[in-house]
Design a protein around this ligand. Structure first.
Ligand code: MSP
Length: 525
């Protein structure tokens, strides 16, 4: 895969109807892992996240809570910022759709599309789900016009004059796009969903609302408010403005556009894979490279929801088990792209088995032996002299490429597997070699080689896992005697060199090791 010097990606801009839930945390953690991997590659990265604050859903939530929509949005967007901090998310831009600069970008974009004659007035009749902020076909709804996603909510009948976007005009151009760039929509299952939807014929969609004040007025008709999705998608572009630059499209698009990746959940695929590229085509702007739609999470096999009383709070989980535990479980356990489940005992078992036992114990017992048998230093061994068919070296030599390929294709569980394979081989090797008895037999050189190979294998595993469990990887590196921190982006040039760090055999002989301490406390339920 071609190596780029820049990589830009987005999470969705989350609705501020409520504080972050595990679904929004899931998308954001995955985006952060991709961003961290790209930084380790030495690339310049821009990770955009933020909040989607306009529209009827937010207006109604604020009314119910007797707050102004702006005060409500301020409060909830602050909760997003603090949750992302607790989950160790290193974003570069936080885009809020109530930022006054965003209104300027939206107006300019609207005018471009208007000038293409792609916006017209027409009558909109249909069933609207405020929770989805989307019109629904009658056949998509359940009994009594209940929404299939928000089953406790009824869709509302609308019959009003709205401005429409001429989506149908872009049918062929979109089909050509999907054909020419087969990886535009990922994974394949989502691409197929979109192809099948588009093949039924695209309908123009309304991009304005009457009787909704909370939003950006339609530039050519301030009696109407722009549809929240038309406004929100453009938040990705507003985010690209430098803090002190004039809010114009030209300025925003100068550096990071087109984005490499929009990471989203499968429920908002149509907006990103159909509406958004068509809007960009109309405005004459380049298209993003990829849209990846991940699956949905359930809890104990059940759909999560407030009304079901089974929501999973990412803040509670992170406080109880640590950010790394949350990040690891969701990315290791669930094949990215597919639906997945959270179950607390499974969560505890996996973390205990893989992080506390396999990885933690391997480091801990090896370090203790290095303290006893090698004066607390990396043993004096030259990695180049270890034969290429050594069981750990041979595995280590290909692990970096395996993990890189997995990260590049967003196959996070495979990246974890590449690292775990090293860890498991390390445990097996040390049991077979039994350095404690080699030491008793006076075979110091063999002891040195065994311990060097295992320490280096743990280092490599920690490096490969660093995008996912940055705090644990930092502890491992520090115990191996490095003074680095995977959570600090700046001045870590040595870490940002994947080609070098993801090799096997770079641990320096005689480096003074740190005191052995558990890297992950076993969880007792
Ligand atoms: N505001 C829009 C996005 C606008 S982007 C320009 C929106 N916001 S949201 O807050 O509803 O976003 C939710 C994100 O969380 C989506 O990516 C969605 O797929 C994800 N999830 C919501 N519930 C989820 C699960 N149960 N499981 C996994 N992710 C899910 O949509």
């Amino acid at each position: 895969m071609a190596h780029k010097t820049t990589f830009s990606l987005t999470t969705p801009l989350y609705y501020v109807n409520d504080v972050p839930h595990i679904g929004s945390a899931y998308t954001t953690i995955a985006a952060d892992v991709i961003a961290r991997f790209q930084r380790l590659r030495g690339n310049q990265v821009l990770l955009v996240t933020g909040t989607d604050e306009h529209g009827q859903k937010i207006q109604r939530t604020a009314e119910r809570l007797e707050r102004s929509p702006q005060a409500h949005s301020d409060q909830i967007s602050a909760a997003f910022i603090s949750t992302w901090k607790q989950l160790d998310i290193q974003y570069d831009r936080f885009s809020r759709t109530t930022d006054p600069r965003h209104a300027a970008i939206v107006q300019e974009f609207f005018h471009r599309v208007w000038q293409q004659n792609d916006i017209y007035l027409n009558q909109q009749q249909g069933w609207y789900c405020v929770e989805c902020e989307e019109f629904k076909e009658e056949r998509e709804l359940l009994e009594n016009h209940h929404c299939a996603i928000h089953t406790n909510r009824q869709a509302e009948w609308r019959d009003e004059q709205n401005y429409f976007f001429r989506l149908s005009k872009y049918q062929t151009q979109l089909e050509n796009l999907y054909q020419k760039q087969p990886r535009f929509i990922q994974p394949v299952i989502r691409r197929n969903e979109v192809l099948s939807f588009v093949s039924q014929g695209l309908q123009d969609f309304s991009i304005s609302r009457v009787n909704v004040d909370w939003g950006i007025p339609v530039p050519v008709d301030p009696s109407q408010t722009l549809y929240v999705w038309f406004d929100a998608l453009l938040g990705y572009i507003t985010a690209l403005l430098e803090p002190d630059s004039e809010p114009t499209l030209d300025n925003a698009l100068k550096h990071w556009w087109p984005m490499n990746l929009h990471l989203i959940g499968k429920d908002i695929l149509r907006f990103h894979a159909i509406y958004w590229p068509a809007m960009l085509m109309s405005a004459g702007l380049p298209l993003p490279e990829h849209v990846f739609g991940h699956g949905h999470l359930t809890k104990d096999g059940q759909k999560m929801g407030k009304s079901l009383g089974n929501t999973l709070d990412p803040v509670v989980l992170a406080n109880r088990y640590g950010a790394d535990a949350v990040r690891y479980y969701f990315l290791k356990e669930i094949e990215f792209g597919r639906d997945g489940d959270f179950n607390e005992s499974r969560f505890v078992n996996i973390l205990n088995a893989e992080l506390a036992n396999d990885l933690g114990n391997l480091l801990n017992r090896t370090l203790k032996m290095a303290v006893k048998y090698c004066d607390g230093q990396v043993p004096l061994v030259s990695a180049t002299e270890i034969p290429a068919d050594h069981p750990l070296k041979s595995l280590g030599l290909s692990a970096g490429d395996r993990a890189a390929e997995a990260y590049e294709t967003y196959a996070f569980s495979h990246a974890c597997e590449a690292a775990l394979a090293l860890v498991r081989a390390g445990n097996k090797f040390i049991d077979q070699q039994a350095p404690w008895s080699l030491y008793k037999q006076g075979k110091q050189e063999v002891v040195n080689q065994v311990l060097y190979a295992v320490l280096e294998t743990v280092r490599l595993a920690a490096y490969l896992l660093a995008p996912i469990i940055p705090t644990i990887s930092t502890k491992i590196y520090q115990q191996l005697g490095f003074s680095v921190n995977f959570n600090q982006q700046s001045a870590q040039d040595n870490l940002m060199n994947y080609t070098k760090q993801a090799q096997w055999g770079i641990l320096s002989p005689a480096q003074v090791l740190g005191p052995p301490e558990p890297i992950f406390q076993r969880i007792e339920l």
